[in-house]
Design a protein around this ligand. Structure first.
Ligand code: NAP
Length: 486
């Protein structure tokens, strides 16, 4: 009943870096699932592009293998898999040279959407943009999708925006933050702006504080070289956590359209207070006794690294809605569990009629992004049974899996949603250039402060909840982090 799929018009989608890790694990499985859902019309084409000399047959074999791993269930349908593979083509080209570009241009169809996914390292974004223009591939209906990281700091983000702007209009540039493609993140907006119940309470009069946690159980995996130059602040806070913060804190846009939504997000970033050094905790994981996982320095092979793998921050927003209500952000690697959740913690009732024994209870709206996407509202009720009133907190499940049936409970991967939005030309869930620059303008002074002070991150053990200083950050305010639950 709920799986309404409106097919998109035939398109040409070029995946630059079509043989890379992201294409293999995320983009191609997302495209295949949308294909299986009937989202693509006859004639849609997907063209992989990379330097390797694979040929179309070789690429189809590569993709079939990738789908058997990353979309095993759907790939079991041999007819669907064959039909999808038939939409695939491949061009061997070099983003830094001119080899292969005329062949790519010759493969593209006139008068249809051309979506170019830049699934390559950031140093190739500018060369790709320039060559797309030089080889006549850019039409009014060409769109580019740019992966993170978008710059390393404000200056590099500005330079990249300027390069892209030389070849494309802003309406053609889709800067991806896959957190925005998550079903629950969009549901957060529906809950906030589709109900009368929450919005009147959504301010510093009723909300005590907000906690945004993005905890990972894994280390840096194969990305050590990049990560050691980036760290958690650049890799996670400047983009994903900032985006979540914006959606929580923004004013209701006048309508759900790309610029109206992004204008409101930008206002939040511009209203963020500079963060005081004593409101930040940086951490780096170290090996824990009795566990096999290495510490960060061993994992990246840099025994003197001072890169943070954990950061916790207390953030203030100077506007009428939020003045006085802090937002606490934390993210880290090799923590006790993988868990991304936003907790909106409401204030206590002003007076307890049940006496002191009843304790203090707070309503908490939890928006869970992964794993087990869903929304719960913690409410206080009477513990069942005779003998007076004892209060307990119970979660009210707002995922409504029962009401929505199996289709409603199924959450498509973020890339499925985002890829289709690109094909439709809907930029609501993509970052605008000025948003990215404003986020760097807020983040840069924090990083520069660490660098100028020679700050060394606090150690925390693999499998823990992070450095003890992060607990103190909360305790100083008479608050506590809610648990990181798998
Ligand atoms: P990757 O596995 O290293 O793949 C890079 C791709 O680019 C390969 O297909 C490679 O194929 C191609 N390539 C490299 N140099 C090229 C050139 N000169 N001309 C044409 N193609 C070239 O990288 P990835 O992990 O997929 O990441 C791609 C992008 O997504 C990066 O910006 C990364 O930061 C971002 N990202 C990745 C992930 C993830 O989970 N992997 C998550 C978030 C963001 P050839 O060597 O054959 O040319």
């Amino acid at each position: 009943m709920f799986a309404k799929t409106t097919a998109v018009d035939p398109f040409d989608l070029v995946i630059f870096g079509g043989t890379g890790d992201l294409a293999r694990r995320k983009i191609l499985p997302a495209l295949y699932r949308r294909f299986c859902a009937g989202q693509f019309r006859e004639g849609a084409r997907i063209i992989g592009a990379a330097r390797a000399d694979l040929g179309t047959r070789g690429y189809r074999a590569f993709v079939a293998e990738a789908l058997r791993e990353a979309a095993a269930e759907e790939a079991g349908d041999a007819a669907a898999l064959d039909a999808f593979l038939a939409t695939l083509d491949y061009v061997s080209l070099d983003a830094r040279g001119d080899r292969g570009w005329p062949e790519l241009a010759a493969k593209l169809t006139e008068d249809r959407v051309r979506a170019c996914f830049f699934s390559v390292g950031p140093s190739l974004f500018a060369p790709l943009a320039e060559r797309l223009r030089r080889h006549g591939i850019v039409t009014d209906r060409t769109r580019i999708v740019v992966e993170k990281p978008f710059g390393h700091d404000l200056d590099s983000a500005r330079a990249l925006n300027a390069t892209l702007a030389a070849h494309f209009h802003e309406r053609q540039i889709f800067r991806i933050d896959h957190y925005l493609g998550k079903e629950t993140v969009q549901n957060l907006m529906a809950v906030r702006f589709g109900n009368m119940l929450f919005e009147p309470l959504w301010n510093s009069l009723f909300v005590d504080h907000v906690q945004i946690t993005v905890a990972e159980a894994v280390g840096v995996r194969g990305r050590g070289e990049y990560y050691d130059r980036a760290g958690a602040m650049r890799d996670m806070v400047q983009n994903h956590l900032m985006q979540l913060l914006c959606l929580i804190a923004m004013e209701p846009p006048s309508k759900f359209d790309p610029d109206a939504v992004r204008d409101e997000k930008l206002k939040v970033i511009r209203a963020l207070d500079p963060v005081q050094p004593h409101h930040i905790v940086r951490g780096q994981y170290v090996a824990a006794p009795g566990r096999d996982e290495p510490g960060y320095r061993e994992e990246v092979g840099n025994p003197r690294s001072t890169t943070e793998t954990y950061v916790a921050l207390k953030v203030g927003i100077s506007n009428w809605r939020w003045a006085g209500t802090p937002i606490y952000l934390r993210t880290g690697k090799r923590l006790v569990a993988r868990s991304s959740v936003i907790n909106v913690v409401f204030k206590h009732a002003p007076h307890s009629i049940f006496g002191e024994d009843a304790g203090q209870h707070a309503n908490i709206l939890s928006i869970r992004l992964q794993p087990n996407e869903g929304i719960t509202l913690q409410v206080t009720i009477k513990e069942p049974g005779p003998g007076g009133i004892r209060l307990i907190d119970v979660p009210l499940d707002m995922t409504f899996a029962e009401a929505l049936g199996p289709e409603g409970a199924h959450h498509p991967d973020a890339y499925e949603r985002l890829v289709v939005d690109v094909l439709r030309g809907n930029q609501t869930l993509f970052m605008r250039g000025d948003e990215v620059e404003a986020a760097w303008a807020w983040t840069d002074p924090i990083i520069e402060g660490w660098e100028s002070r020679g700050d060394v991150p606090k150690p925390y053990e693999v499998g823990s909840t992070g450095p003890t200083d992060a607990e103190l950050l909360m305790r100083r305010d008479n608050r506590r982090w809610l648990g990181i639950r798998p």
